[in-house]
Structure formats: structure tokens, C-alpha cells
Design a protein around this ligand. Sequence first.
Ligand SMILES: NC(=O)c1ccc[n+]([C@@H]2O[C@H](COP(=O)([O-])OP(=O)(O)OC[C@H]3O[C@@H](n4cnc5c(N)ncnc54)[C@H](OP(=O)(O)O)[C@@H]3O)[C@@H](O)[C@H]2O)c1
Length: 256
Amino acid sequence: MTLFDLTGRTALVTGGGRGIGRMAALGLLQAGARVLIASRKLADCEATAAELAHLGTIEPLAADLSTHEGCVALATEVAGRVDALDVLVNNAGAVWGAPFAEFPPSAWDKVLDLNLKAPFYLTQELAGLLREAATPESPARVLNIGSIDGLRVPALPNYSYSSAKAALHHLTRVLAVELGPDIAVNAIAPGPFASKMMAATLDAEQATFEKVAPLGRIGRDEDIAGAVVYLSSAASSYVTGAVLPVDGGLSVASLI
Ligand SMILES: NC(=O)c1ccc[n+]([C@@H]2O[C@H](COP(=O)([O-])OP(=O)(O)OC[C@H]3O[C@@H](n4cnc5c(N)ncnc54)[C@H](OP(=O)(O)O)[C@@H]3O)[C@@H](O)[C@H]2O)c1
């Protein structure tokens, strides 16, 4: 067994049917884990599971995580399938952009419910299964997918999104203290990666990102896969409460 081997481990990736969640699922599968992926559109998760099935065991689940009931239902479904959960990746998320003067209350409710409350509810509901997976050598893991928009003021008017991501980064630290030593809680703060959420932004701004980022490009699938595997494996057994930017240096770059 190597430091990065996840053979025999089980992981749940919310929003694992596409985008960054799919990149996370790919990395976990390649490292040997059994992976459950969950989102509202079961057909999307089934299609992704079929595409990735040659890499290992991947199981699609339906879940709407916009409510507490939906989070409890997913945790119940997972508990029916596994005796222990090694890794929970809280990835499902939504963004809302609108000018300051027009930013509506629904943009706060929708984004905070899914991007901030759901990771808390799922961690709460799955803490028992996560503790079952913990060993003295290696804690179970919660990985929260934050954003560089939670590290610095974003370029676009996404008030609830950037606030929710900053809050998720801090919740990561709070839960790291709460849940140790059995469960390590870390966050990944991605920069720009190609996805449905980012399609319009990249159409307009990809060249700017490439110019400003010290590493001169947007993210690739393996950049998320590598960070997720590291933070899920024995390689990071002594890391908790950390927020890891995976952004080519964009969050520390100077525009002038
Ligand atoms: N792409 C980037 O550049 C970037 C940068 C920083 C952070 N992030 C973060 O990465 C995460 C994934 O984003 P993405 O770019 O991959 O976006 P995406 O392609 O839009 O994927 C979002 C995922 O969340 C799921 N989802 C949405 N609403 C849901 C709900 N109510 N219940 C359950 N699942 C739901 C979607 O599936 P269904 O529609 O089937 O529900 C989908 O799988 C988000 O937390 C996002 O904030 C992305």
C-alpha cells in the first residue's frame, strides 16, 4: 500500500455527476476507492457512473440537498449501502450572479441552503458512519469544496456565493476542531475549472485568467483529482482545518 492508495475505502461525492464532482470521483476511483455519487438528476449520475465503471465501483444516487430533509434522506440511503464511510466530499453547489441593486432574497436562500447548510447537515448526519471508518493511523475525511471567491473579493457580483464559500472555509476549521481526532475536515478552494457553472464566465474571461494566474492556465481534471486523493489518503493524515487553494496561484496574483 502506498501513501495515496484508497483501496478498500468508500467515498461519497455530492454533485459527482458532472464538473468538479466528477473530477473528484475520477481521482477517488483511480486511487482504488468505491465511490457513491449523488445529485438531483439521477440520469446524469447514472451516465457518469457508466462512463467511469471501467475504473472501479461507482454507484449513482438521487438526492436533492437543498433541504434538510433531502440531506437526511441521502444519509439514510448511504447508511443502507455502507457500514463505514471513509470520505465525504461536499461538492454540490450553485452560483447566482446579479447586480447589487437587483440581488434578490431568493439568491441568498438558494445559495446558502446548498453551499453552506447542506455540507453541515450531511457531515452531521454521516458523522457516525465516518467515525466507523476512522483508525488510529488515519482519520476519516470530510472535504468541503470552497472557492477562491471565498478567499478574495470576486470579480463578478455573486454576493451570496462568495459569502457562502468564505463561511464554508471557516466552517471547515470549526468542524476540524469539533470532529477530531476521528475525522479530519479540510477544504479545497478551486480557481477556474471548465464546468456547466463556469461555462459563461470562461467564454468571457478564460484569456484573462490565463494571463493573471502565475501558472498560466485554468484548472485540469487531474488538478482536482490530485488534491482530492491527497486529502483523502494516508498522505494527509496529519492535516485538518486546512483550506487548500487549487488555482494556479490566481488567489495570490497581483493585477498590477
Ligand atoms: N468550476 C469552477 O471553476 C469552480 C470554482 C470554484 C468552486 N467551484 C465549486 O465546485 C463545486 C462544483 O461546481 P461545478 O463547477 O462542477 O458546477 P456544476 O457543473 O454546475 O455542478 C454542480 C453539481 O451540483 C449538483 N447540484 C446542484 N444543485 C443540487 C441540489 N439541490 N442537490 C444535489 N445536487 C445538486 C449538480 O447536479 P444536479 O443538477 O443533477 O443536481 C451538479 O452535479 C461547487 O461547489 C462550486 O461552487 C467550482
